[in-house]
Design a protein around this ligand. Structure first.
Ligand SMILES: C[S@@+](CC[C@H](N)C(=O)[O-])C[C@H]1O[C@@H](n2cnc3c(N)ncnc32)[C@H](O)[C@@H]1O
Length: 209
């Protein structure tokens, strides 16, 4: 199943950026800029972006951590990472790593922030739990996990697509996440705060211990 998902993302990688720009009306990267502004990091910090895809958010995060910091993007799709490599290759403070996020190939307490944009709902229920454990392990004490996800869309057609995506993680988990997302995150983090985004289509969850 995982190999199927990986092949799907590899095929999707060729037109993924164009699809996102259309879907989120985000041609200028305004939403990613807004997200990155909410990530509380400073010059010299280490940031990990899980399920980074083509690494679009890395371009914004790298500006915040400067030349002495490092932003690491992890993804299991070689296709997505190849597109990301092309986009990010001129920056020394960006690194891309091929890995399944259920095992993060890093030492404990290594990162000043972990981020994840529009990917968490695509992970299966048990995968989400394993990933959350891994995020807690690699974060330095008190440092945040910041996640951006689609909120329930107002338009009926987009809402159907949203539910299809959500239910691809399994019906039980989908219902649970819809009702108890904050509670799920609170299983791993002491403080969970929800922030709306200017588009009204996505939400940001800031979690820390
Ligand atoms: C919808 S894309 C989001 C990409 C990016 N974060 C963005 O905002 O554009 C989901 C990404 O998650 C990755 N992914 C899904 N399951 C994964 C897993 N178990 N390990 C690593 N990456 C995974 C896919 O390869 C894909 O690139």
């Amino acid at each position: 199943m995982k190999n199927f998902r990986r092949s799907y993302y590899n095929a999707f990688s060729r037109f993924y950026d164009k699809f996102v720009a259309l879907h989120s009306v985000d041609t200028q990267g305004a939403l990613r800029r807004f997200f990155s502004d909410k990530v509380p990091v400073k010059e010299g910090d280490f940031v990990l972006d899980i399920c980074t895809g083509t690494g679009s958010v890395l371009l914004f995060l790298r500006e915040k951590i400067g030349p002495k910091g490092l932003v690491v993007g992890v993804d299991f799709s070689r296709g997505m990472l190849k597109v990301g490599q092309e986009k990010n290759k001129m920056y020394v403070n960006i690194s891309l790593v091929e890995s399944d996020v259920t095992y993060l190939p890093f030492k404990p307490n290594e990162f000043d922030a972990v981020t994840c944009t529009h990917a968490f709902y695509e992970l299966k229920g048990e995968t989400q739990d394993r990933v959350l454990k891994e995020i807690v392990r690699v974060l330095k004490a008190g440092k945040p996990f910041i996640m951006m996800e689609h909120d329930v869309p107002k338009s009926a057609l987009i809402r159907v697509l949203f539910y299809i995506r959500l239910f691809s993680m399994g019906a039980k988990r989908a219902f649970y996440i819809l009702k108890h997302e904050t509670r799920t995150l609170k299983g791993y983090f002491r403080v969970v705060k929800k922030i709306p985004t200017p588009t009204g289509r996505s939400k940001i969850m800031i979690c820390r211990n």
